[in-house]
Design a protein around this ligand. Structure first.
Ligand code: HXC
Ligand code: NAP
Length: 281
């Protein structure tokens, strides 16, 4: 769907780029000509992904980094900039999440999620942004949030609060940093099953199917679909999109929101009965 050189000449850094959606975005960006830098906590995971990308001809580098640690962020950025000369796009994709009744969480569990998602995203953006501003370089920040960033959701309270904070930062910095040529965009995915979501979010039999049943399009999203959306948003083709969040969820959150959406369950006969009662004779 894109010209093969859509992202040629760009260096793109993806946090959590060793697995799942981050890995899929990195591979797609690479196919479209970008150089890829990935970071995460597990060096072996990063190494494997980088090796796989290189086999496909994608120029890839990695650095171990916990986004909760500003010093590690600074070291990783030094390394990436030394090797690639510059970073043009930062994708804040790293996250931590699990389902749990809120009353059963420890404060440490809350800190773990807020630390990765909210603080980690802001720390990354701060360090990268300072460097861009200092050097007069333009940049793009793409943050991966979720649809419950604006609706909230039971059983993932720290994640919902953190993602809402990230979305607020996207909309705030879109205005504040536009003067430096730094653009901010976000993607809100619905269900895109990954190893991590299967382990932490729908671990029991039937949970994944129930989630997908909520989607009007009756299926999960594919890695290709989300990676293509990300490629468009970080490309120069989207250069006037700033402060926007694009939902990619098959209509899931809207179905949950509309008061009469459950009427989807009604049969043809039910609708005939309704018409016979309510339609003016
Ligand atoms: C209750 C839990 C828990 C669980 C961990 N904790 N898992 N509490 N239920 N399932 C508690 C621990 O007991 C500990 O508290 C605290 O959380 C921190 O745990 P650690 O293992 O020490 O933390 P850490 O090593 O930093 O790991 C972070 C993590 C882990 C978030 C807990 O799951 C992780 O690394 N996840 C990364 C991958 C991931 O989650 N991806 C999903 C993204 S999907 P105590 O008090 O005991 O010390 C997404 C979108 C969802 O975000 C939308 C779906 C449709
Ligand atoms: P994933 O595979 O677990 O991706 C998360 C990545 O973040 C991992 O590679 C992980 O690597 C890294 N990470 C976690 N904590 C980190 C830390 N402290 N420092 C640095 N890196 C860290 O999950 P995913 O499903 O692909 O999710 C990717 C993004 O999409 C997340 O922002 C998630 O909230 C969002 N999302 C996903 C879905 C979905 O259905 N999949 C839906 C809505 C939103 P390490 O463990 O090695 O650090």
């Amino acid at each position: 769907m894109f010209k093969e050189d859509l992202l040629k000449g760009k260096s793109i850094l993806i946090t959590g780029g060793g697995t799942g959606i981050g890995r899929a975005m990195g591979h797609r960006f690479g196919e479209l000509g970008a150089k890829i830098a990935i970071l995460g906590r597990r060096e072996d995971v990063l190494r494997n992904t980088a090796e796989d990308f290189k086999k496909d001809g994608i120029d890839t580098i990695y650095h171990r980094c916990d986004v909760r640690n500003p010093e590690e962020i600074s070291q990783a950025l030094d390394y990436f900039i030394e090797n690639f000369d510059r970073i043009d796009v930062l994708v804040n994709n790293a996250a931590g999440n699990f389902v749990s009744p809120f009353e059963e969480l420890s404060t440490h569990a809350i800190d773990a999620i807020l630390g990765i998602v909210l603080h980690g995203t802001l720390y990354m953006t701060l360090d990268m942004g300072k460097r861009w501003i200092k050097s007069g370089q333009k940049g793009v920040v793409l943050d991966i949030v979720t649809t419950y960033a604006w609706t909230g959701s039971a059983f993932v309270v720290p994640s919902a609060a953190a993602k809402a904070g990230v979305l607020a930062a996207v909309r705030s910095l879109a205005v504040e940093w536009a003067q430096y040529g730094i653009r901010h965009v976000a993607i809100a995915p619905g269900p895109f099953p990954t190893e991590a979501t299967r382990k932490n979010l729908f671990p029991l039999p039937g949970m994944e199917e129930a989630l997908i049943e909520r989607v009007p399009l009756k299926r999960a999203g594919t890695m290709e679909e989300i990676a293509n959306l990300a490629a468009f948003l970080v490309s120069d083709g989207a250069s006037y999109i700033n402060g926007e969040v694009v939902t990619i969820d098959g209509g899931e959150w809207l179905k949950g929101a509309g008061q009469f959406n459950d009427l989807l369950k009604l049969s043809k006969e039910d609708w005939e009965k309704i018409r016979s009662i309510s339609k003016k004779k």
